[in-house]
Each structure stands twice: as structure tokens, then as C-alpha cells.
Design a protein around this ligand. Structure first.
Ligand SMILES: [Zn+2]
Length: 190
């Protein structure tokens, strides 16, 4: 799964009682070959939001990006100046916690140099990038007097919906690159 090519805007329009995704509205419907023609306002094509954000511009967020096979790869802690341009971002700071933003980098610095996260401590399943991030978030939440996040709850509620949307976006995008369009039934509202 490589996202580097996900750059063109996606649009969706309705014809033949289907939702048709494409990079631009064609003159003729790819299913019935009829003129797409003038349309009512409610049938106007809509653009589909790109679920990827440039992670380097996000503050206080949990970022995910595909690596080969899985995003749970061995890492140690490092500072990346590049490589997160196409990532899925889960914002972590509620509007009520904006004061925290100033502290965030210091918290992260202290946390990362604590020694618990040296590369030799890395364990594939229990002590990895994902747990690093969650543990950090929970440190911050506790410091701020908030309830810590449960790993599976956080994953289910905040991570899975976004990665699911992102992978669907990639599927649609790749199909359009290959065939020029992608069709779903109206019941599918994404
Ligand atoms: Zn049609």
C-alpha cells in the first residue's frame, strides 16, 4: 500500500441509480453511455475529502502511515523531518485542552528520553510504536487530570474508522486509475 500517488481530487456523481466515483465528471455516463446532461442541485457532483493529511503540519496528533506490511514496525524513537506527508491523523487535543499544546513538545521530550523506549527494549507486540504513542498520550492525560485511554477502545473508536476510510479511499482511487471510474450502490454513503 503506497500512497504517494494519491494526489488527484476525487468526485462522486449519481447516474443509473448508482454512485459513480471519478477524477472528473465525464460527458457521458460510463454505464449507460447517455449524456450526463444538466442536473438538479441535489444531483450535483460532490468532492470526496482526501483522508490523508500532511502529518508534519499536524499538532498534538496520533499519526499513522502504512509501512511495509504493518505500521507496527521496529523504530526506537526518532524525530522525522519527512516521510509523514500522507498519513492518517487522529487529533488528540480537545478544544478544552488547547492550553496543553504549549506543553506538548516538552512532555514528549521528557517522555522520549526516559530510557524506557530505547531500541533494545522493543518487543514486537507489547512494546512498540503504537504502545509508545498510547503510553505517552496517557501520561499527558493523567498529568492533566483526565481519564487514560484504553488501548482497544482507542483503536476501535479513533483509529479503525480512519484507517478503514483511508483504505477505502485508496481502493476507489486505484480503481479509477485503472478503469476510469468506480461504481457503488446508493446505500453506500461514503
Ligand atoms: Zn448512466
Amino acid at each position: 500500500m503506497l500512497c504517494a500517488g494519491v494526489g488527484k481530487p476525487l468526485i462522486k456523481f449519481n447516474h443509473c441509480k448508482k454512485s459513480i466515483y471519478s477524477f472528473a465528471v465525464p460527458q457521458r455516463c460510463p454505464l449507460c453511455q447517455k449524456d450526463v446532461g444538466p442536473r438538479k442541485l441535489e444531483e450535483a457532483p460532490v468532492s470526496i475529502a482526501n483522508p490523508f493529511t500532511n502529518g508534519h503540519r499536524e499538532k498534538c496528533s496520533f499519526l499513522l502511515r502504512p509501512t511495509q506490511g504493518t505500521f507496527l514496525s521496529a523504530c526506537g524513537v526518532q524525530r522525522d523531518g519527512a516521510g509523514w506527508e500522507q498519513s492518517v491523523s487522529v487529533p488528540l487535543v480537545q478544544p478544552s485542552m488547547y492550553g496543553l499544546m504549549d506543553q506538548w513538545d516538552k512532555y514528549l521530550e521528557d517522555f522520549s528520553t526516559s530510557g524506557a523506549w530505547l531500541p533494545h527494549r522493543y518487543e514486537e507486540d507489547r512494546h512498540n510504536c503504537y504502545t509508545y504513542t498510547l503510553t505517552f498520550i496517557n501520561c499527558v492525560l493523567t498529568t492533566e487530570g483526565k481519564e487514560p485511554l484504553d488501548k482497544s477502545e482507542f483503536t476501535e473508536k479513533h483509529v479503525v474508522p480512519r484507517t478503514r476510510l483511508a483504505s477505502k479511499y485508496i481502493t476507489v482511487y486505484r480503481a479509477i486509475e485503472e478503469c476510469g471510474f468506480y461504481v457503488t450502490d446508493h446505500a453506500d454513503r461514503e
